[in-house]
Design a protein around this ligand. Structure first.
Ligand code: AMP
Length: 406
């Protein structure tokens, strides 16, 4: 059932509480913003609300203050940066205020004084333990501040917290922001109605983290390309000894089952056919290339995919029309083992006719590292949330939004 979008709301002169993700990295002392991508990503939604003369109240979490105020995790430093970004983006000066508490008397009084076209940022929601507990009384307090609620924090949508789920029970209309809508549109279309061939490239450390994604995608993709540490549990399940490579011995059965299901459903299940082996898990390890189905030398571990696998994967990627990528192909943090991941990033970027969706902290970092982020159709802002979406789970922060009736 489609959900309301901010574009369906009549915002003028209304107090609109927008749940954003301003969980930005701060300097050690909590005074400087080290990286502001998450703030920039909300600008289209904020611009929309301000141009429609809303009274904009922004709520976010930052870090893990464990339910108590903590000056190193205050959202106060965001105010100046947000003001600068909004001024540039809208080409006019925007009034951005701050409330030192997200609920209670201070928050109520400052929101009352807010005028149309102005912004008020609330202090860190997680300074109250009730936020993560989805406490109804706290959710009601937040709801008191506004007439309309908008969720633009896709990265928090897989958590049922007071500001993502609870609040929706106490406001008349709850809608998706433009960033949230974009995430749902791209990920939703990939699962519902992908242009074919549809391939998923999955990597990263653990089978256990991705197995539900694999199971859900098996009925939908034409091919699954598996790399990274998780590939070695699958290779072991196929009977190959993988030396000291990452192995989840308790996942061999599910790995076998997933490969059987893939065969039954006609999805090609592609595992690495060659590897870069290392004699230890270290940037300066000795390395050797290893190819074929034989057993790995006992004391060596695979830390990257090899050149034949890269060619195989690049060929698949170049022919796809929808590509979902989550998880690196090797230990890409170490230059000696970054090649596979970088080549996959290049290949995804080079396929300009496909819809490419990259999610998860490491693969997103990899496309930036490869310098190809601009050529990716959609870079998801929510690692955990995009994985749960791909697992076919309903996200509480999305489910709770008001359904569109017409
Ligand atoms: P994840 O958080 O599950 O996406 O896993 C990402 C991590 O997996 C990165 O830190 C990589 O260094 C690690 N990784 C990828 N390939 C391997 C591998 N072959 N062996 C060990 N770790 C790996």
């Amino acid at each position: 059932m489609p959900k309301l979008s901010i574009r369906d709301l009549s915002l003028e002169h209304k107090h609109v509480l927008i749940r954003v993700d301003f969980n930005v990295p701060l300097s050690e002392d909590g005074t400087q913003i080290m990286e502001d991508t998450r703030i920039r990503e909300t600008l289209p939604t904020l611009e929309y609300a301000l141009r429609h003369r809303a009274k904009v109240i922004l709520a976010s979490h930052l870090g893990r203050p464990k339910g108590k105020p903590n000056s190193k995790m205050s959202l106060r430093p965001v105010v100046d940066r947000l003001r600068q970004l909004l001024d540039q983006h809208l080409d006019q000066s925007v009034n951005v205020g701050f409330s030192p508490d997200c609920v209670g008397k201070t928050a109520e009084e400052t929101t009352c004084m807010l005028e149309s076209g102005q912004v008020l940022l609330l202090e860190n929601l997680r300074f109250h333990a009730e936020e993560e507990k989805n406490d109804p009384a706290f959710a009601r307090e937040l709801a008191k501040l506004c007439e309309l609620y908008v969720n633009d924090a896709f990265g928090s949508a897989h958590r049922a917290h007071a500001s993502t789920e609870g609040i929706t029970h106490f406001v008349e209309q709850s809608a998706a922001g433009l960033l949230m809508e974009k995430e749902l549109n791209y990920l939703g279309k990939a699962l519902r109605d992908p242009d074919k061939p549809f391939i998923a490239i999955l990597g990263g450390a653990k089978v256990s983290d991705k197995i539900e994604v694999i199971q859900n995608l098996l009925g939908k993709v034409d091919a699954l390309l598996i790399g990274g540490g998780m590939a070695y549990t699958f290779l072991k399940a196929r009977g190959q000894n993988v030396g000291k490579s990452l192995l989840e011995a308790d996942k061999l059965d599910v790995a076998r089952e997933a490969m059987d299901t893939a065969a039954k459903r006609g999805a090609r299940f592609l595992l690495p056919v060659d590897h870069i082996l290392a004699d230890k898990f270290a940037a300066d390890a000795h390395t050797q290339a290893f190819s074929g189905n034989g057993d790995f030398p006992a004391d060596w571990m695979a830390l990257d995919i090899g050149p034949k696998t890269i060619r195989l994967f690049v060929d698949e990627i170049s022919r796809a029309r929808t590509i979902v990528w989550n998880g690196p192909m090797g230990v890409f943090e170490m230059p000696a083992f970054a090649h596979g991941t970088m080549q996959v990033a290049q290949a995804v970027a080079n396929n300009t006719v496909a819809t490419s969706i990259v999610g998860g902290g490491d693969s997103v970092a990899a496309v930036y590292q490869a310098g190809v982020a601009e050529k990716i159709t959609h870079i998801s802002t929510g690692g955990g949330a995009s994985l749960e979406f791909l697992e076919g789970k309903k996200l509480p922060g999305v489910e709770a939004l008001t359904e569109k009736t017409s």
